[in-house]
Design a binder for this molecule. Structure first.
Ligand code: BGO
Length: 270
């Protein structure tokens, strides 16, 4: 069984990886690129490999690290993903989360640095967050070892019980959903139903690399292009910016519902 660790730089990914794998680590490079690849066996579970992914903010096609991570997730399909996020910086970290959820791979959102969250007096409504995102959420401190193994064990349980596939959260508004539904219908016979939302968003964004790899015909692309253009016209923006800004709007709404900050960012304690 392979469990992939995905998260932003500085989210505590290395700390969690070391905590889960102890001494059993293999370090190399991802094929063809000088990006470090690390994996190791989960302590006490010789049949479970923890695959570390490069620290990334997004699954866009613009950096080597992001391309390596998304190629792995889309093509190799790990059995489960642990998405580690910095609990003191949830808003920024959830941007990657909204993309990972679209892959429809069993996933756990591990809210790290919970020791600091508590120290700051902030509160996270875990149940509400689970409901909003449609995926399991566990609070954790990789540094203190709190709940680290439990996160991995919850991922194993999901794989064994064939559960934990994220239920697509409502990230996009009506006209984008409308275009995505048309795209999904057109591309499903080619890409299949698993991770269909991920592929549809990539087509909507006109992500050339992803479209090339899907091997979509010109007929299909011409057909979906009209829906993308309609949407761009209605929202008066380009497709890629529409997706980005709707992800941020969605995250802002989730933050309002699920996270209570004791102090506003930048405000000093006395
Ligand atoms: C330094 N709680 C707290 N309080 N800190 C944590 C936790 C946690 O649960 N998890 C990780 N950290 P990485 P990426 C550091 O290195 O694992 C800390 O990039 C320092 N270093 O200890 O490296 C962790 O792999 C000097 O902090 O993240 C590390 O994802 C002063 O978060 C940092 C203070 O963790 C990033 C911290 C010389």
């Amino acid at each position: 069984m392979i469990i992939a660790l995905a998260g932003n730089p500085n989210s505590g990914k290395t700390t969690l990886f070391n905590n889960l794998t102890g001494g059993s680590q293999y370090v190399g490079n991802w094929p063809g690129v000088t990006v470090e690849k690390k994996d190791g066996k989960l302590k006490g579970h010789p049949d479970v490999t923890i695959q570390d992914l490069p620290g990334i903010y997004s699954l866009s096609p613009y950096s080597l690290e992001e391309v390596v991570a998304r190629q792995y997730l889309v093509n190799e399909k790990p059995d489960a993903i642990i998405n580690i996020i910095d609990g003191t910086n949830i808003e920024r970290n959830l941007y990657l989360t909204t993309q990972l959820l679209e892959l429809e791979i069993p996933m756990i959102l591990a809210i790290n640095m919970i020791d600091l969250v508590r120290k700051n007096g902030d509160q996270i409504n875990v149940k509400k967050l689970e409901n909003d995102l449609g995926c399991k959420v566990i609070e954790m401190s990789a540094l203190k070892g709190e709940n680290a193994l439990e996160v991995a064990e919850a991922a194993i349980q999901m794989v064994q019980e064939h559960t934990g596939i994220p239920q697509n959260p409502h990230v996009f508004t009506g006209s984008v959903e409308h275009a995505l539904a048309h795209i999904e219908e057109s591309i499903e016979p080619i890409v299949g139903s698993k991770g269909l939302r991920w592929f549809a968003v990539k087509v909507f964004e006109r992500d050339e690399r992803a479209i090339r790899e899907m091997g979509l015909s010109k007929e299909i692309l011409d057909h979906v292009e009209s829906h993308i253009r309609d949407c761009e016209k209605e929202l008066d923006d380009d497709a890629e910016s529409i997706i980005t800004s709707q992800r941020y709007d969605y995250i802002a709404k989730v933050m309002l519902e699920c996270v209570k900050k004791k102090r506003a960012r930048g405000e000093l304690s006395v």
